[in-house]
Design a binder for this molecule. Sequence first.
Ligand code: GDP
Length: 432
Amino acid sequence: MLLPPAFLPSSEITSLARAMDTEWLRIVVVGHVDHGKSSLIGRLLHESGALPDGRLEEIARGAQDGLPEWALLLDHFSEEREQERTIDSTQAFFATASRVYRIIDAPGHREFLKNMVTGAAQADAAILVVDVEAGVLEQTRRHVAMLAMLGLRCLIVAINKMDRVGGKRGPFDAVSSSVLALLRQADMTPQCVVPISAKHGWELAGHAPEIGWYDGPTLFEALDSLPKPAHLSSQPLRFPVQDVYEINGRKIIVGRIESGRIARGESLMCLPTGQTVRVATIEKFMEDRTSAKALESIGLTIEEPLHVERGMVLCDLKQPPRAAGQFEANVFWLARNGWARGDSLLLRCTTQQSPCQIERVRRRVNSSTFEVVEDDASHLDATEVAEVVLSLDQPIAVEEFGRGKPLRRFVLIKNGELSAGGTVTSAPRLAK
Ligand code: GDP
């Protein structure tokens, strides 16, 4: 495969990503501050040959111990991003022999939690970095809670700074078992737990003699063994309607295909009404098309003189999502002012939206300690995760979590402020 150059302006990355659909594996690197996330990202870029010429030398010049400060790489990117010279770490990508990885966001960015929880940044897999000396700390727990809430179960644990303990097995085993216990609490099983040193490049691209006792995969091997992301185009069709324009008496329905494909002459289900419509034409940039696939923005016309409006979703007739006025969900509450029973909320899921209420909070969980704070709660505080039942004024099309399911995530807005992100866990069919 011809690999794209490592660093491109974000617009080009976006069009490349679209052209390649979901060939990328989008990874997020999470973990407590100072445990080595930025260093790991910098080092991964270096080991895979993804750094632009001269960048490494630039960083090494400032190093005291002759070893480059890998984390500085990302600072360089941030500075350049601010000067709009190039891209930031959230747009960095690297390739192994078998596929391309895109690092989609890095904690430490102010908006990280919000981007992750609200779906602005969507990952296929995560690397959880834990400092072998410090062990599991508050953000380690919070990030695990966030991954669990998002249903992101494709995970590699990297126990970092192994050089600080001379590569020894004892400290690794101790931290490794506390991470595994934490993950068990969140009902997660990592693909593997790899002892690494981001600083020295141990167990990233190759095995390190200093960790001779370890016979598992290197981090690159672990990444390459992660399952392929669900191919969006082969999922059932989900086409949320963005707008309907009337041009010369023709009604053009426009939107972005979130998953699946659409073909001229095909019959589709229009939700939440459940009516069947037939695609008459598909248009893109004034050009007639016979078909279109996931991530394309298109216009289409239908044969029936039905009323279609923003917020409706055209779907695969055989595998429609559920149209629900009430469903169970996990939410991560972000807004500082919390939630109290009776608060009016607005739910947004792709282009669909409806006023809603949290009908019931089954469990309120502290995302840092994982403790159930309260069953059947009547309020939520910032950063808490909760299992809730939502009631909507108007039913919308939703699907339960799983990969490549665009209608599983939503955000909640309170008093005009984006206040929580959530995923649908169980949606009963709407009784007709
Ligand atoms: P982040 O906050 O998680 O992104 O952590 P950084 O990547 O900024 O690293 C925090 C500090 O740990 C920096 O001083 C790094 O040089 C250091 N560090 C990161 N990885 C290693 C490692 O493998 N070994 C050692 N000895 N130090 C490391």
